[in-house]
Design a protein around this ligand. Structure first.
Ligand SMILES: [Zn+2]
Length: 474
C-alpha cells in the first residue's frame, strides 16, 4: 500500500514521499473572518481535516496549520457596514468560525496563526524581495514584479503572456505591469494600519500565507491545501514570493478541492448564491454535512441541493442503523479474535487502498455501505438468530465503526443508545400490528399508507402466511 496524491503543481497523481520520514507538515488556507463562512468554504475544512485523520491512521505524525486572515480589505468593508472596528469584526467572526467547525466535527489544527500577529515577519519578507529586486515600492505601496519571477504561472498553468492579454488594466497607475500584485498596501484615511519602511499600511493576503506557513512548517514543507479557486492568483503568488525570497522550493504537494456548485454555478459570496454553514447547520447535523462532502471525491464538483443533503442524511442514518441493529456500543469491551483480525484486515485493506488513491473517500464510503449491507443481510429476517450469528454480526459492526472513524464519522455517542434501538423495533412492531388490524377490517387504503410510508423510510414489509416480516434496505 502506498499513498498517492494528485499534485496540482505537476498535474499528475504522485507517490507521496514526506520530507521527514513519518511526518507530514501541512497547511490549509483558513477563513477570512469578515462574515460567517459559506457551505462551499466548509468543503476544504472538512475534506482536509478528514485527510489529516487518515494520515494519522496510516502512521504519520501530522503538523496541521490553518491561518486566520484577520487583515483583509473585506474585513474593512464589513466593519464599515456594521459600523464597528475591524478588530471587532475579526474577533466576532473568528469566534463564529470556531463554533461552526466544532459542530462540523473538525478537530482543532495544531496552530491557528492570525495574520495580525505576523506583520513584522511579513515586512521582513517584503524587504528581502525588494533587496533581491523582485519587488518595488511605488508611492507607499509595494508590488511584486511578476516578470522577474522565473516560472511564474507554473502552478496554475497560466502563461504570463496570456494573462497580460486578458488582464484588466487597473486604474492603479503605480504598477509597472497590470499583473504585478500588492505586497504592501498604503492605508487610506480611517483604515487600520501598521508602521512600515514604505507607508502606514497593511500586508497583502498572499504575503500573509507565505509567512505563516513557513514560520510553523519550514521551507519546503509537504502539503499545501485549499479550494481550487485559490490556485490563481493566491497560491501562484504565494509560490512567487516564497521561492524568490528563499531560493528554495516552497511546497512539494499542492492539493485542491473542487467547487461546491449550486444549480451548476460555483457557490460564492460574490455571486450571492450561497448559504452559510451556520444556516445549513440549523437543518442538518454537522456529521451529515461531513457525509455529504465525503460521499464525493474531493476533486469532483458537487452540486448542493436539498435532495443530496437528504440522501447524505439517509446514508449516514443507514450506517448508524446497522450499528444499532448489531447492538454495537463504542463503549463495550471487544475481544479481538483471530477471526476478527482476519475479517478486519480484509475490509481495512479495501478501505485504505481507496483512500490511498488520492483520498478517494467516495470509494471508501462504498466499503462502509458494503459492510452495512452485510450486517443487514444477516439480520434481515425477524427470526431468532444464534449466539454465534450475533457475534459475527457484532464483529462486522466493530469493523464498520472503526473504518468510519478514520474519516471522522460516528461521533454521535447518543445514537448508540440501546433504547433507540429497542424503541425502533417496538414502534415498528406496533405499526405492523395496526396494519394487520386495518387489513382485517378491509381498510386497504390506510393499511397501504403504512406500508408505503415505511418503504420510504427504507423498511420493507413482507407478508407471509404466519405474519409480517420486515427488512431494512438501503
Ligand atoms: Zn492562503
Amino acid at each position: 500500500m502506498a499513498l498517492k496524491i494528485y499534485n496540482t503543481l505537476t498535474r499528475t497523481k504522485e507517490l507521496f514521499v514526506p520530507i521527514e520520514e513519518g511526518k507530514v507538515k501541512m497547511y490549509v488556507c483558513g477563513p477570512t473572518v469578515y462574515n460567517f463562512f459559506h457551505i462551499g468554504n466548509a468543503r476544504p475544512f472538512i475534506v482536509f481535516d478528514a485527510f489529516r485523520h487518515f494520515l494519522q491512521y496510516i502512521g504519520y505524525q501530522v503538523i496541521y496549520v490553518q491561518n486566520i486572515t484577520d487583515i483583509e480589505d473585506k474585513i474593512i468593508k464589513s466593519a464599515n457596514e456594521e459600523n464597528v472596528s475591524t478588530a471587532e469584526i475579526a474577533s466576532k467572526y473568528t469566534k463564529a468560525f470556531f463554533k461552526d467547525i466544532e459542530k462540523l466535527g473538525i478537530k482543532k489544527a495544531d496552530y491557528y496563526p492570525k495574520a495580525s500577529a505576523f506583520v513584522k515577519e511579513m515586512i521582513e519578507l517584503i524587504k528581502v524581495l525588494i533587496e533581491k529586486d523582485y519587488a518595488y515600492e511605488s508611492d507607499g505601496d509595494v508590488f511584486m514584479s511578476v516578470e522577474k519571477v522565473a516560472n511564474y504561472g507554473k502552478l496554475s498553468g497560466k502563461l504570463i503572456d496570456k494573462l497580460q492579454v486578458g488582464a484588466r488594466v487597473e486604474e492603479n497607475q503605480a504598477k509597472r505591469n497590470p499583473l504585478d500584485f500588492v505586497l504592501w498596501k498604503k492605508a487610506k484615511p480611517n483604515e487600520p494600519f501598521w508602521e512600515s519602511p514604505w507607508s502606514k499600511g497593511r500586508p497583502g493576503w498572499h504575503t500573509e500565507c507565505v509567512v505563516m506557513s513557513q514560520h510553523y512548517l519550514g521551507t519546503p514543507f509537504d502539503i499545501h491545501c485549499g479550494g481550487i479557486d485559490l490556485i490563481f492568483p493566491h497560491h501562484e503568488n504565494e509560490i512567487a514570493q516564497a521561492e524568490s525570497a528563499s531560493g528554495k522550493k516552497f511546497v512539494n504537494y499542492w492539493m485542491h478541492n473542487e467547487y461546491l456548485n449550486i444549480k451548476g454555478e460555483k457557490m460564492s459570496k460574490s455571486l450571492g448564491n450561497f448559504f452559510t454553514t451556520r444556516e445549513i447547520l440549523k437543518k442538518y447535523d454537522g456529521e451529515v454535512i461531513r457525509m455529504f462532502f465525503l460521499s464525493k471525491h474531493y476533486r469532483s464538483p458537487i452540486d448542493f441541493s436539498e435532495q443530496l443533503m437528504i440522501e447524505a442524511q439517509k446514508g449516514l442514518e443507514n450506517l448508524y442503523n446497522s450499528l444499532r441493529l448489531a447492538d454495537f456500543s463504542p463503549k463495550s469491551e471487544f475481544n479481538e479474535t483471530e477471526q476478527f483480525k482476519e475479517a478486519f484486515s480484509k475490509y481495512e485493506q479495501k478501505f485504505i487502498s481507496a483512500l490511498e488513491d488520492d483520498f478517494n473517500t467516495a470509494s471508501g464510503i462504498a466499503v462502509l455501505f458494503e459492510i452495512s449491507r452485510e450486517i443487514k443481510k444477516r439480520l434481515s429476517k425477524n427470526k431468532k438468530i444464534t449466539k454465534q450469528e450475533k457475534q459475527d454480526v457484532y464483529l462486522l459492526a466493530v469493523i464498520l465503526y472503526r473504518l468510519g472513524k478514520i474519516i471522522g464519522l460516528f461521533n454521535k455517542e447518543e445514537k448508540f443508545q440501546k433504547n433507540i434501538d429497542r424503541n425502533f423495533e417496538d414502534i415498528l412492531g406496533l405499526l405492523i400490528k395496526i396494519r394487520e388490524e386495518l387489513r382485517q377490517r378491509q381498510d386497504w387504503e390506510l393499511a397501504d399508507k403504512i406500508r408505503i410510508g415505511l418503504k420510504k423510510l427504507g423498511i420493507i414489509l413482507i407478508d407471509k402466511k404466519d405474519g409480517t416480516e420486515w427488512e431494512v434496505v438501503l
